[in-house]
Ligand binder design. Structure first.
Ligand SMILES: Cc1ncc(COP(=O)(O)O)c(C=O)c1O
Length: 446
């Protein structure tokens, strides 16, 4: 890759053509809103043609270091050879059958062996499917209606029980929205207040174990205990933390056994394999052995047992078990955090670019002189990073193919981007930003 400042990317001609047609074909132009055009500056790749390791290429042939590998689904690297090889082997044996494939047992046994205290597992192709299934199980198990989730966490599912609790309520009956209640993730009192308000009505709390703040010691254990005291199940969503905070995730790191855990993203290095694990008495509700019991229709999908994605999950486990992937990733995440802190300080931007502390998912927040979160400055910073060959969305999520050299390159690009950011801060971002600022995904109006 060329020197950072000497070779700025300016040609997005083919990307512009792509942007011009895609919204006529695909509502939103992408298959998750996070990949949409309104999440990126106009001077950016509209699509990716291919990736290898930590690099991706756009239709104009521009090369980037990608910082948030496939929205945090890439844990080993793009086109990572041992995973690709294992998938190809499996594909030659057929990809879907009318009865389960034997590989389902293999992945079930291996995954569960890593998840302390959980006895059963159910697969799906998307994270939203397993979080929704976990909520359904909790409602069936407890006979209760309400779901509690942290108001300050961004996303748990595209299904109505979650989206109905955001600002984007169109198409969702109010009766459904009213069944999801909220608390603040870092404020135990707000959870206590919720249980005081609904002492016997909450079926489950669903929460990521770690998100923006380092929680006080024992916070999660206490929160789970509080829920259990009220007969409420705890669903730990390890979609992002899984294979990142630890192997397999925060459950192990903090020695906790939630009733259900949900997994996805990095567990199959970008392949579509997600799952829910849990205690037998809960997951067994979705079974067919207890003759005479009322049937619960749990996850049931044609593609849930697709062998190539399962093979990817097995190959990913192999790599995590053979090598210290978590250690490598966190070391690079720390390098990014330490380096970016220095750069921010050197540029006098401590009040305007703030680091979040997690070395497995290091994110930045952007603020104006009044301390307001600024989408304009955010977009400007990302524009400058992208110009310098770093596909940056405000998060560095290290994976096994990122190298120290690449992190140093990202930091160098950051140093240069800070100079333009500072000008934007003083003179107004509009003077330096081409196109519109990005917009929040969860907004009432387009
Ligand atoms: C914490 C969390 N849970 C669930 C999901 C849903 O996963 P998916 O996009 O695979 O449906 C996401 C997706 O970003 C997530 O971040």
């Amino acid at each position: 890759m060329a020197e950072v400042a000497s070779n700025l990317i300016t040609n997005f001609k083919r990307s512009d053509e792509y942007r011009n047609v895609i919204h006529d074909l695909i509502p939103g132009g992408a298959h998750t809103y996070s990949k949409g055009d309104d999440q990126f500056p106009i001077l950016s790749p509209a699509a990716i043609t291919h990736g290898k390791g930590a690099r991706v290429w756009d239709p104009d042939g521009n090369e980037y270091i990608e910082c948030l590998g496939g929205l945090a689904s890439i844990s080993l690297g793009h086109a990572y050879e041992p995973v690709v090889e294992r998938v190809i082997q499996e594909l030659h044996k057929g990809n879907n059958f009318s009865r389960p494939s034997v590989i389902e047992r293999e992945v079930a046994e291996r995954f569960l062996a890593n998840v302390p205290g959980h006895d059963m597992i159910k697969f799906a192709k998307n994270g939203s499917v397993v979080t929704t299934a976990a909520v359904k199980l909790a409602r069936a198990f407890t006979g209760r209606k309400l779901v509690a989730r942290p108001i300050d966490h961004p996303f748990y599912s595209y299904d109505d029980w979650f989206i109905g609790s955001t600002d984007v309520k169109s198409g969702i009956p109010q009766d459904i929205s009213a069944l999801t209640v909220t608390y603040r993730s870092d404020d135990m009192q707000s959870l206590r207040d919720l249980f005081e308000q609904y002492p016997t009505e909450i079926a489950c709390v669903i929460s990521e174990p770690e998100k923006f703040n380092v929680l006080p010691e024992n916070y999660l254990a206490d929160a789970i205990e509080l829920a259990h005291k009220h007969g409420t199940l705890w669903i730990m969503d390890e979609m992002i933390t899984g294979y990142k905070t630890d192997y397999p995730g925060s459950m192990k790191r903090y020695n906790l056994v939630p009733d259900i855990a949900t997994w996805g993203k990095g567990i199959a290095n970008g392949f579509s394999f997600c799952c829910m694990t849990g205690k037998k008495e809960v997951l067994e509700l979705g079974g067919i052995r207890k003759s005479g019991n009322e049937k619960l229709f749990l996850v049931s999908t044609t593609h849930g047992g697709e062998t190539c994605s399962i093979a990817a999950a097995i190959a990913t486990m192999d790599e995590f078990e053979k090598q210290d992937v978590v250690g490598h990733n966190q070391k690079l995440g720390q390098l990014f955090i330490d380096g970016s802190k220095d750069i921010i300080a050197r540029n006098g931007l401590q009040n305007n670019i703030r680091n979040m502390q997690f070395n497995w998912h290091a994110s930045l927040g952007y603020f104006d002189h009044e301390g307001n979160n600024s989408f304009g400055l955010r977009t400007l910073f990302h524009q400058e990073m992208i110009k310098r060959g770093v596909l940056f969305q405000g998060v560095f999520c290290p994976h096994f193919s990122h190298t120290e050299e690449e992190v140093n390159y990202v930091l160098q690009a950051m140093d240069e981007s800070c100079v333009i950011f500072k000008k934007g801060l003083e003179d107004g971002y509009e003077r330096y930003l081409v196109g519109e600022p990005i917009k929040p995904v969860f907004r009432k109006y387009i």
